[in-house]
Design a protein around this ligand. Sequence first.
Ligand code: ATP
Ligand code: MG
Length: 511
Amino acid sequence: MGTDYVLHMKGISKSFPGVKALSNVDFGLRKGEIHALMGENGAGKSTLIKVATGVHKWDAGEVLLAGRTIAPKSPLEAQRLGISTVYQEVNLCPNLSVAENIYIGRHPRKRGLIDWHKMYQGSERLLERLDLAIDVKQPLSHYSVAIQQMVAIARAVDISNGILILDEPTSSLDANEVKQLFKVMRILKQEGMGIVFVTHFLDQVYEVTDRITVLRNGMLVGEYLTKDLTKTELVSHMIGREWSVEEATGKKAVERTAGENFLEATSLGKRGSINPIDLQIGKGEVLGLAGLLGSGRTEIAKLIFGIDKADEGSLTIDGELISSMYPQKAIQKGLGFTPEDRKVAGIIGELTIRENIVLALQARKGLFSFIPLRKQKEIANYYIDLLKIKTPSAEQKIENLSGGNQQKVILARWLATQPKLLILDEPTRGIDVGSKMEIRKLILDLAATGISILIISAELEEIVQCCNRIIVLRDRIKIGEVAGANMRENIIMEMIAKGAEMYGGSDGIGA
Ligand SMILES: Nc1ncnc2c1ncn2[C@@H]1O[C@H](COP(=O)(O)OP(=O)(O)OP(=O)(O)O)[C@@H](O)[C@H]1O
Ligand SMILES: [Mg+2]
């Protein structure tokens, strides 16, 4: 037994102060399979991976690579053994060429000098093998995040000894890019590689994986063949109770007669970023922005919040014409903004959860009216409860939380300011199925109390479920609006595919 495993982890336990992240977990990866590692936020998926990749020392258990016991003490040592990981954030050097990135730290040399010819040839051959047409001499930054990720994978594959680990690689890819990634994964599987795939997108699990291991609260729930496990069963295993599809569909945004507008943008635009756009958000309305990656969704949010400066058009908030918008003013006017990339614009790793949560509230109050510690704790604990943030205490450093729980802290930060308009850019990215539903419900509850909400999401299902009205974007232009019975995924997809011609520009099809 066990000899057919390329990677076999036996009885792994790992504790952090106050948290038992893994208890006696078994995980076996076979040759030529794609194996999903599933579980709620904080279940222990990334920790298990970090044990295999030398990031964390483990407390008990054994790790075998192709039948041999290993104990990598650093990621570098794990790499030398042939274990390599690709995380959601690409950890390469954007200024170097694609080829240099593939060979970072292991440049081929000839008489002491870098052998460029060999490096280019090697990279070309490698990318060809993955059926990727990429110019290896171009700087990496020349390519989209998706392509950069493929390059990271190519590098990992070249280093690896038959296994590849992908921790949420698809969270910032659009549908076509996901397809391309899956093609690469299937090629590697055909070659006999074992692939670990972590994701919160259930559809992707069913599309590409052969086997599923489920963790819950740091414990192994079980290992299943994907074809034998229904989606309902999978989610029930993840959350530890019965679950129904009806639960997932949830309630919908209540129909609203267009009330007073909280925000009105007229011909608001910025050259090279977003074409002038008209947009109104009513009080208590949930407005969605749909469109592919790069269609201008985030750019609109940045203009409204004043992160980017509009060079034309006007913005009125609560009846007041705003001459020049900047984030501090936006916060004072009652706006909140959770950015899509929590690493760049969101969390401050060294600070505690409490400090991260009160940050925006403190900014609005001004630095001279310090929120008393007792009050801070009260606020932090309230949101930890409300959003079910998995942590031993509010005083934990946020960098020690799992990815999905960090995302929840950012949401808490803005909820704590009790905003009048909340802009949510990909609010449930990286968040597990159960919490996703809860956050969507929360959004609807907030709207019911009169708060206006602007949601940006690549998941059409999400905006269709939450919104009263949806603006559809393509190539940085508003191509239409849908509401009422027209708010269906296929209608929106068709609009995006066909573009403006069919729907006659920004008037679009109404309700
Ligand atoms: N460096 C650390 N210090 C303290 N606690 C940690 C550390 N890393 C992880 N944890 C804790 O271990 C538990 C498991 O976290 P892990 O990151 O493995 O979850 P995950 O399953 O990957 O979740 P997600 O889906 O949100 O990414 C969590 O409770 C987390 O807070
Ligand atoms: Mg994780």
